[in-house]
Design a protein around this ligand. Structure first.
Ligand code: PA5
Ligand code: NI
Length: 177
């Protein structure tokens, strides 16, 4: 499978698994420990090192004419007051937009563009369109796994530079509920 030929896939709405999956990646607290704001809590929780999120992608090669898709599953939990989250990134080229269809759970999409942040709710059935030049990160604000389908053009790279330059201007915590 490379994206050239038609194929059928099936997502398990409870686990996020794809029946046809090329890569399954797991991100633990130790992988993103510098991104949470409460450093004391990070230090305490590192012994346990919880699984924060997983991604499931079929093998679709980078090609500007192809559609890329996948599933992200964020586990429920918090580090201090801040909910478990993805890293957050910008697409390069910045014109590559993206759509998220929430399948199960409850989330909050955090976007930052031109030093302005926006928070948008995700719940089963919502479709979030992430526009051009928008840094985007997703938080699980519920008590069960947040599972969402993502789709965009198949020829882009992730730019994580914002995370090394002070990070997002805002985060999502229990105070947002
Ligand atoms: O392209 C997307 O926005 C998603 O597939 C993300 O890559 C996924 O949710 C993980 O996000 P990140 O790479 O910012 O940790
Ligand atoms: Ni993205």
């Amino acid at each position: 499978m490379s994206g050239k030929e038609s194929f059928l896939n099936k997502v398990n709405f409870k686990t996020g698994e794809l029946s046809v999956c090329g890569s399954h990646n797991k991100t633990y607290l130790s992988d993103i420990k510098d991104l949470f704001r409460d450093k004391d809590e990070v230090y305490k929780r590192l012994k346990e090192n919880p699984l924060i999120y997983e991604t499931f992608y079929p093998d679709i090669k980078e090609n500007g004419n192809y559609v890329f898709y996948g599933i992200t599953k964020i586990h429920p939990g918090k580090i201090g007051k801040e909910f478990f989250m993805t890293k957050g990134h910008l697409h390069i080229p910045e014109q590559i937009t993206e759509a998220y269809l929430c399948l199960s759970g409850k989330g909050m999409l955090l976007e930052q563009k031109d030093n302005t942040v926006q928070k948008t709710l995700m719940e089963p059935g919502t479709i979030n369109y992430v526009g051009e030049s928008s840094f985007h990160r997703v938080y699980n604000i519920g008590n069960e796994p947040l599972i969402f389908y993502i789709s965009c053009n198949a020829d882009f790279e992730h730019d994580y530079s914002l995370l090394e330059n002070g990070g997002f201007l805002d985060v999502v915590t229990v105070d947002d509920l």
